[in-house]
Design a protein around this ligand. Sequence first.
Ligand code: F6R
Length: 254
Amino acid sequence: MSAVTIRRQRVEWVVAADRSHLHELAANVILDVLRNTERPVFGFATGGTPLGLYEQLVRRSLENPRLLTRWQDVTGFNLDEYVGLSPEHPQSYHHYMWRYVYRYLPVRPDRMFIPKGIGNLEDNCRSYDESLMKYGWPDVQILGIGKNGHIGFNEPARRLAMNTHVTRLSESTRLANARFFPSARDVPEQAITMGMAGILRAKQIVLLAFGEAKRDALIRAFSGWLGTDVPASLLQLHPHVTVFTDQDIFGDLS
Ligand code: F6R
């Protein structure tokens, strides 16, 4: 079980064949911040990719009582939520976070922010950005990446939004996420997502990308070019990004 760490431009790449090893190494980053920051703020992603990381965070916290109590001081911000799904809906990201992470940890429910996909969406977006400003931008932002290069649900577009906003999900994203729903038709057409500023203001970014399906998105995101057609390419501007991946793409980067 070995991982190779490579620094290319300002991005650190941790490459290993074994995904559970990558989850363990990514968990080390989060747990270091948890140990060493007075009031840590974490940015959480959902989807299939970070599940192993969350499993590690929960298990290692439960094994260590001092680490476990640190979660009382954590503020969490999730990247996104589907429009139209109530927090109780089994496919909502509220439900995901409580099912896989929060129910095991002594977190303060009033400090675990997840955009609300029902009610007055404009108000929800505004109050989300206000909370981000009040509690501070994440010390670490966990990210996955869409096959089309989206981060959060900032989809490829002519212009990208800075702040939390309502977005229309692309067909490729709805198809990719159909696996979590009874059918592709049940995937909501819209979502609320943190904007690019929320993501780029995080002190540190941990991006997880596994499998052939994400290879092309990674190559396009870290090609040395910036474009709103590949929202993840803006991560190249950030001073502290670590990519954990099982794909060796260096031969394909120009
Ligand atoms: C989820 C999110 C998305 C996912 C991306 C990859 O909160 O913001 O950007 O990270 O769609 O999803 P998975 O991990 O399911 O391949």
